[in-house]
Design a protein. Structure first.
Length: 379
């Protein structure tokens, strides 16, 4: 009589269903992409709210434990949430009040400096041509018209401005949709922060109703790992970004570099993206200085490299350290893959997600090797 292993049959059927679903998804990938984008657009307020709650849970938890230690739990939680959002609004308002005037001033200076920069570039090219005839012959072969180049640059700026004005309706529509989604996400984040313990209990009950206890334990372990990894990453990255921005602000003011406040603010914001963020801000700073004073741009590059070495070797290991438990090679890979898939948000979230996956794989490998070594005859 044929004995059927029910567990084996169940696993085979599960693999068959997964294979059929994957085959359908691959053969209808365009439909899957359209459907995924539609679902993402519908769920975007909830996703944004969850992300906001996840990030703000770090300062809210600190306020609840250290500032509002006494009183009823509901009142402590409400006061912590209100103070957290007020602090975030205050910080963002201060940054905008500082950065926007600097940005407007930088744009005005660039508008007046670009023609002068092109003229000086033409004079430098002519002097090179007189000093080195071969270079002069090469430049003449390129047939560069400096007046035409200057006109083209100014025309490009004017056309960009007119194009921006012409697309005001589409921009306003996108802005309204973004504001509505953000407000809905903000409301959802407040609810999540206020009821996070209740939501956690509901998720546990839901998992326990449909999944075995062993798998529930694994899922809860992964969730706890995600929570701790993201919390450490957010706290460490924000602290490190503020320190790096202050370092740039102080040194640029001491050495009288232009755009000190603007560049320092850009460095602080972009430093939240590991490895590549600060370099992007430095590139913007170099381009701003290159137009007004090319030699100053070179000295700024030297300053950036020095501060980057101090930050990478002294500050980052002590502030962020090995809190996420991810080697540098995988950090770079996570930033590149996350950025290519989801843009800036992918760069920000890719590192802690990769750290969680790395830890889970490491635990699984260790567990399997330990189990294999414990079996007799395998040593």
């Amino acid at each position: 009589m044929l004995i059927v292993d029910k567990a084996l049959m169940k696993r085979i059927l599960s693999l068959m269903v997964i294979g059929i679903v994957l085959y359908w998804a691959l053969t209808n990938h365009i439909t899957v992409l359209i459907l995924s984008r539609r679902i993402f657009s519908v769920l975007s307020p909830l996703i944004a709210g969850g992300a906001i709650a996840f990030i703000l849970n770090v300062p809210m938890r600190s306020l609840e434990r250290r500032v509002f230690r006494r009183g009823k739990p509901g009142i402590r939680r409400s006061l912590s949430i209100i103070l957290t959002y007020l602090l975030v609004v205050l910080v963002l308002s201060l940054v905008l009040l500082i950065v926007i005037p600097e940005l407007v001033s930088a744009i005005e200076i660039l508008g007046t400096s670009i023609p002068t920069f092109l003229d000086s570039l033409r004079v430098y090219g002519d002097s090179l041509a007189e000093r080195y005839p071969d270079i002069g012959f090469w430049l003449s072969e390129l047939d560069i018209s400096w007046n035409t180049m200057k006109t083209d640059v100014l025309d490009f700026l004017k056309k960009s401005s007119s194009t921006l004005v012409g697309s005001t309706v589409g921009l306003a529509t996108s802005l309204v949709n973004g504001v509505v989604n953000f407000i809905l996400g903000l409301v959802f984040s407040v609810y999540m922060l206020a009821r996070k313990e209740h939501l956690t209990r509901q998720i546990k009950r839901l998992l326990s109703a449909y999944i075995s206890e062993e798998r529930v334990g694994r899922i809860l372990h992964a969730g706890a790992l995600v929570n701790s990894t993201f919390s450490r990453f957010v706290a460490g990255a924000c602290t490190e970004a503020v320190i790096l921005g202050l370092m740039f602000l102080v040194t640029m003011l001491v050495f009288r570099f232009p755009y000190a406040v603007l560049v320092a603010a850009l460095v602080s914001v972009s430093a939240l993206i590991p490895i590549v963020g600060a370099f992007l801000a430095a590139l913007v700073g170099m381009l701003l200085m290159l137009v007004s004073d090319p030699m100053q741009a070179v000295w700024f590059l030297v300053l950036f490299l020095v501060l980057q070495q101090i930050e990478g070797n002294l500050i980052y290991p002590r502030v962020v350290g090995d809190s996420i438990g991810l080697p540098a090679l995988w950090v770079l890979a996570a930033v590149m893959i996350g950025g290519s898939l989801f843009g800036v948000l992918g760069m920000l979230a890719g590192v802690p997600f990769a750290a969680v996956i790395y830890v889970l794989i490491r635990e699984s490998v260790t567990q399997r090797l330990t189990k294999r070594d414990a079996q007799p005859g395998t040593s």
